[in-house]
Design a protein around this ligand. Structure first.
Ligand SMILES: Cc1cc2nc3c(=O)[nH]c(=O)nc-3n(C[C@H](O)[C@H](O)[C@H](O)COP(=O)(O)OP(=O)(O)OC[C@H]3O[C@@H](n4cnc5c(N)ncnc54)[C@H](O)[C@@H]3O)c2cc1C
Length: 456
């Protein structure tokens, strides 16, 4: 047993500190291409006090701590790159409060997104953020990554729902930021700073989320187009016509093939499809006609469409959409996945560019995701050795930035995109990022190797 193990066992006890090799292995990776790195020990606190103790000891004894939710991250964020402690929140998973009068919920960070959605729904309310991983991903991970999802198109990303939070800094200081009222402009907005900070500035121990009234029962209109190019062009047409569905998701031809299941049979000839989720469609299927008319008027009519107004058919289609990533992985020997975002009107240029990059490098590509936000999950696929992936990704990022886009729409920088950050941000801005990191974690002990190069 190492001195670190002994220290933690003495201060926190065997219920909280584990050296179990299977658990260590579980905490060594996430769902990205980042290679696994084993932590030395896993700490699973049951309350904020234990988080405080751990982060006090980390500062005193200078060991690394990597916060971890459910490990569904796609950028290496919860991989303990320098070993040390994996701080896993799966025991702190309570929905502490749902307040229908003030339209808010208070939760522990290990609760899944789906559980908050359900708790809000049971109280007659709605929590919109819906990452495709919602059944398993934790709310702490969602806040740390500022997660999006299909419904971000209408409702915005996680940041728009975080009213406030309780967090603990390296050194063990616990503090509250934000507020319970929907409004509040007192002091700097540290809630916004911590949201999307990828576990590099502080560790969340409690979260306060805004809830909103329930929408009318939605249904799904699936629009099929001859080409993916026409599918993404339709996004701008809908926006220009002031049509804002609850979600507007793209699946290109290869993604449609991967999405096929026993309960979801997509068109076998379309080049691309849009999943257009419309509020109220379940009870008023005629609402779909407004979308079809707008597209027809703009000369952007789909070649076919399917109405999935009832929850069972729509649910099957959404499940198939959520599984596209894992199915693509199963269908190809090698896959690399990125999540770039561009201004939505430039999506046609992006999809053309992706096809060109893949073609020239002898790769296949699959694009799907949140077209309404200009945010695509771009997959390069091969049954070969994947040697061309690095060039493909560099070219994809160059194209994205040329189009005025950003390297990550929702998956974060983590370890995998760190070296590309200077391509998007000026040196002065990178210096400001580093100054923020130093102010919160001067010795670089919290989630090392993420977002920025090490703190010197
Ligand atoms: C099939 C699939 C579909 C996905 N779809 C989407 C999608 O639609 N939209 C989307 O945005 N993402 C999506 N993701 C990515 C992923 O689910 C999200 O990034 C999610 O927010 C990660 O949550 P997690 O609990 O798994 O966090 P982890 O992967 O465990 O950690 C992610 C980051 O959060 C930090 N962190 C975790 N808990 C805390 C805490 N309590 N305090 C401080 N930092 C913390 C970690 O250090 C790490 O940097 C998908 C992933 C998969 C596998």
């Amino acid at each position: 047993m190492t001195r670190l193990d002994q220290l933690l066992l003495r201060e926190l006890g065997p219920d909280v500190v584990s050296l179990d090799q299977d658990l260590l292995r579980d905490c060594s990776h996430d769902e990205s291409e980042q290679e696994a790195v084993m932590p030395d020990v896993v700490v699973t606190p049951a309350d904020p006090l234990q988080v405080e103790i751990l982060l006090r000891l980390a500062a005193e004894h200078r060991f690394f701590v990597t916060p971890r939710g459910a490990g569904t991250g796609k950028s290496g964020g919860s991989v303990p790159m320098r070993g040390g402690v994996s701080l896993s929140f799966h025991r702190m998973d309570a929905i502490l409060e749902v307040d229908p009068e003030n339209l808010l919920a208070v939760v522990e960070p290990g609760a899944t997104c789906e559980r908050l959605q359900q708790a809000a729904w049971d109280a007659g309310l709605f929590y919109p953020p819906d990452p495709a991983s919602l059944a398993t991903c934790s709310l702490g991970g969602n806040v740390a990554e500022n997660a999006g999802g299909p419904r971000a198109f209408r409702y915005g990303v996680t940041r728009e729902y975080v009213l406030g939070l309780e967090a603990v800094r390296i050194g063990g200081q616990r503090f509250d930021v934000g507020h319970r009222p929907v409004k509040g402009v007192s002091g700097y907005d540290l809630t916004a700073l911590l949201t999307g900070s990828e576990g590099t500035l502080a560790v969340f121990s409690k979260l306060i989320f805004k809830l909103i009234p329930q929408p009318k029962a939605p249904g799904l209109l699936i629009l099929y187009f001859p080409s993916v190019h026409e599918a993404v062009r339709a996004v701008t047409v809908l926006v220009q016509n002031q049509l804002f569905p609850m979600a507007l998701e793209l699946l290109d031809r290869r993604s449609l093939d991967a999405a096929r299941t026993e309960t979801f049979s997509p068109s076998s000839i379309a080049g691309g499809a849009l999943f257009c989720e419309l509020e109220g469609l379940a009870d008023a299927p005629h609402l779909a006609q407004g979308v079809l008319d707008a597209l027809a008027r703009a000369g952007a009519a789909p070649s076919d469409h399917v109405l999935a107004a009832d929850p069972v058919t729509a649910g099957a289609a959404w499940n198939a959409r959520r599984d596209v990533s894992s199915r693509l992985k199963a269908l190809h020997a090698r896959k690399i996945s990125e999540d770039v975002a561009v201004p939505r009107a430039l999506l046609p240029e992006l999809v053309l560019g992706i096809r060109e990059i893949a073609g020239e490098l002898g790769l296949e590509s699959a694009c799907y995701g949140h077209a309404g936000d200009g945010n695509l999950h771009v997959n390069f696929l091969t049954d070969g050795d994947g040697a061309a992936f690095a060039t493909a990704v560099e070219r994809l990022f160059r194209l994205t930035l040329l189009l005025g886009g950003t390297l990550s729409g929702e998956h974060g920088i983590g370890t995998l995109k760190r070296r590309f950050l200077p391509a998007e941000h000026a040196p002065a801005v990178l210096d400001m990022f580093m100054a923020v990191k130093r102010a919160w974690d001067p010795d670089g002990l919290l989630n090392p190797g993420k977002v920025l190069d090490s703190v010197p």
